[in-house]
Design a protein around this ligand. Structure first.
Ligand code: AKG
Length: 260
């Protein structure tokens, strides 16, 4: 495969490996970096109303099958449990936080996102959906608190599955429980196999997103980077991860983690 020397390395923060201007920290010349991402893959913007949007970049990760297999095998996957009515309930997928320098693909994706969106993302939150029975319900990433202007970038590896957007209902509207993806107003994308999806603007304020159950035995991995401008009024309501507790018992943490 051709080796591409990467000009996106020339960001304010330096090269793909964190060094500056053609020299490593100990002054030895830098070897060309083989790119794990397609920097020029076309990006399609889908408006979500006036203030929100999602960008879809198909084929963003090169060798997506290999990246998937490595991560699936080696990431320290753990089971998160969320406090619900005095019991810890396992989330229906595994997860882990990873360092953004854990893999060249992570580092390159992060530098690409920084350069394109001019924002300092925090990453990388990884989720593993073992089969189609694992899912993520409709929600918005309210744990970011400042939701008026945010970016949530998600690289999806492995099985393509519906990724659903639904407009958030105004407070006090009675909402029937319509399965994600089956409401006529839902927007459904099918990212997978190395695609990148970036939600932006007021998407976390105005829209919900989720990955419903799917009819597949194949696994799917998502990798998420987030950024908030911290503009606007912070959302001070408890978030999903603050847990729910209604007894007089001493307050317990909102989540806990099991590592096998
Ligand atoms: O797995 C995905 O693609 C979505 C993950 C997600 O919505 C989240 O972590 O908040």
């Amino acid at each position: 495969m051709a080796v591409e020397i990467c000009p996106i390395a020339r960001l304010r923060c330096g090269h793909l490996d964190g060094t500056l201007d053609g020299m490593s920290a100990d002054s030895t010349p830098i070897m060309p970096v083989e790119l794990s991402i397609e920097r020029h893959a076309p990006s399609r913007r889908i408006p979500l109303g006036e203030r929100s949007w999602v960008d879809l970049v198909e084929g963003f990760v090169r060798n997506a099958d290999m990246e998937f297999a490595d991560l699936h095998e080696s990431a320290p996957w753990a089971q998160t449990e969320v406090l619900r009515y005095d019991k810890y309930v396992p989330e229906k997928r595994l997860g882990t936080m990873m360092r953004s320098d854990a893999r060249p693909m992570f580092r390159q994706a992060e530098l690409h996102l920084q350069a394109k969106y001019r924002a300092a993302f925090t990453g990388v939150g990884a989720l593993l959906y073992r089969t189609g029975d694992d899912f993520q319900g409709l929600h918005s990433d309210r744990e970011m608190r400042w939701l008026d202007d945010t970016l949530v970038a998600i690289v999806v590896l492995g099985q393509r599955r519906p990724f659903v957007f639904r407009k958030r209902a105004p407070i006090a509207t009675v909402v029937e429980r319509i399965p994600a993806g089956s409401d006529s107003g839902d927007l459904v994308l099918m990212p997978g196999e190395g695609d990148l999806l970036v939600m932006g603007g007021a998407a976390q304020l105005e829209w919900l997103h989720g990955v419903p159950k799917a009819d597949t035995a194949n696994p799917r991995i998502s990798l998420t980077w987030r950024w908030t401008s911290r503009r606007g009024r912070p959302d001070t309501n408890p978030s999903y991860y603050d847990g729910k507790q209604y007894s007089d018992r001493p307050r317990q943490p909102g989540t806990r983690i099991h590592r096998p």
